[in-house]
Design a protein around this ligand. Structure first.
Ligand SMILES: *Cc1c(COP(=O)(O)O)cnc(C)c1O
Length: 388
């Protein structure tokens, strides 16, 4: 029996059977179980920031696991303190951190933090964006604006009202003095790497300031250099009240973080929240290595090369390129992204059909000029194959 058949028999069908079984990786390359080599232009969904088996991550994780791998929150340890301090040093203004293990858990922490605020202030509902994605656990799912994955698991404990993403007037109308918090991605990832119009985040900040609602920036996919900034909100000139992180932070090791700025960092009282594995020493060591080795100048120059190259492609299937930094979508004129993903894999490149008409391109942040040129050289033929 093949690995694929064994997967199908052993696992719940929630993922279907993924088309490629990966065996190992090195830098921006990965190999499948049959020894086929691919250039990785998706990085485990914008997660493997330093690519695969980066020596600094390998070294940090190996040392840490051989020193102490787990303490629980009954005991503190130095890597978590170092990591919290490093993150706060990259952020603006006084803030406090909570560590979780994943994106959805980071958002659960944000949700509970906001609820504490809402209960104290007598506020009753959340606002989030249509097509937004915040995770699969019940709290984060309730904020997720995708009826196909959300509705069958409702009703949810708190009223969440959805507004079209990028429409500041709709946001203004939806957010009253009764609103607890507004959850927004600075660019919507799962919706197909969709940046908002200029000024949208600033408008969201103003709307929250004038109504007293908290602004929660879900930067689980957009942070840690992905857009060419440590955090996407920094490019908007806006500081949220609560920030959530995960994907790229651990460079492939599981870690999530919820940051509360100012008073929002002090809402939890002793006993209000916790996680046994959250902020475990091994994941913190990996994250510290990531923060040491992400090079924003490199991200920006690589991003410009990739974007310019993609925008220079003339093909009837390619409608446009959108996104930020090393986080782009090739928007197609036909809903054949799945075929384009397959054609790319056949040509030796991993990308992701994030929407029926959008191909997500998010290489490791250490992607080289040669990697980019190889991808760009292959891309027209990939489109041609998908168009057949
Ligand atoms: C991936 C993602 C999540 C969920 O993260 P998990 O680690 O899969 O739970 C939440 N929000 C955004 C914006 C994401 O991209």
């Amino acid at each position: 029996m093949s690995l694929y058949e064994r997967f199908e028999q052993a696992f719940m069908p929630n993922y279907g059977v993924p088309p490629i079984a990966l065996a190992r990786g090195e830098g921006t390359q990965v190999w499948d179980v049959d020894g086929r080599r691919y250039l990785d232009f998706i990085a485990g969904i914008a997660t493997s920031s330093l690519g695969h088996a980066h020596p600094a991550v390998v070294d940090a994780v190996s040392r840490q696991v051989a020193t102490i791998a787990h303490t629980s929150n009954l005991f503190l340890h130095e890597p978590e303190v170092l990591l919290a301090e490093r993150l706060l040093g990259l952020l603006d203004g006084p803030a406090r951190v909570f560590f979780a293990n994943s994106g959805t858990e980071a958002n659960e922490a944000a949700y509970k933090l906001a609820l504490k605020y809402g209960r104290r202030e007598g506020r009753s509902y959340f606002v989030a964006a249509e097509n937004g994605f915040h995770g699969r656990t019940i709290g984060a799912l309730s904020l997720t604006g995708k009826p196909s994955i959300r509705d069958q698991f409702g009703p949810f404990p708190v009223d969440v009202r959805f507004v079209p993403y990028g429409d500041a007037d709709a946001l203004k109308e939806a957010v009253t003095g009764d609103c607890i918090a507004v959850f927004l991605e600075p660019t919507q990832g799962e919706a197909g790497v969709v940046p908002p119009p200029d000024g949208y985040f600033e408008a969201a900040r103003e709307i929250c300031d004038s109504t007293g609602a908290l602004l929660v920036a879900d930067e689980i996919q957009s942070a840690i250099g992905r857009t060419g900034h440590w955090f996407a909100h920094q490019a908007e000139g806006v500081t949220p009240d609560i920030l959530t992180l995960a994907k790229g932070l651990g460079g492939g090791l599981p870690i999530g973080a919820c940051v509360g700025f100012g008073d929002a960092g002090k809402l939890f009282e002793k006993g209000d929240h916790g996680s046994t594995f959250g902020g475990n020493p091994v994941s913190c060591a990996a994250a510290l290595a990531v923060l040491d080795h992400v090079d924003l100048d490199h991200v920006r120059s690589a991003a410009a090369r990739l974007r310019d190259g993609l925008e220079a492609v003339r093909h009837p299937l390619l409608q446009k390129v959108r996104g930020r930094g090393l986080w782009l979508a090739a928007v197609l004129t036909e809903p054949v992204a799945a075929r384009a993903q397959q054609a790319a894999a056949d040509a030796g490149f991993l990308v992701n059909a994030v929407q029926p008409d959008a191909l997500r391109i998010a290489p490791p942040l250490v992607v080289t000029e040669d990697d980019i040129d190889a991808f760009l050289a292959a891309f027209p033929a990939v489109l041609q194959e998908a168009a057949k």
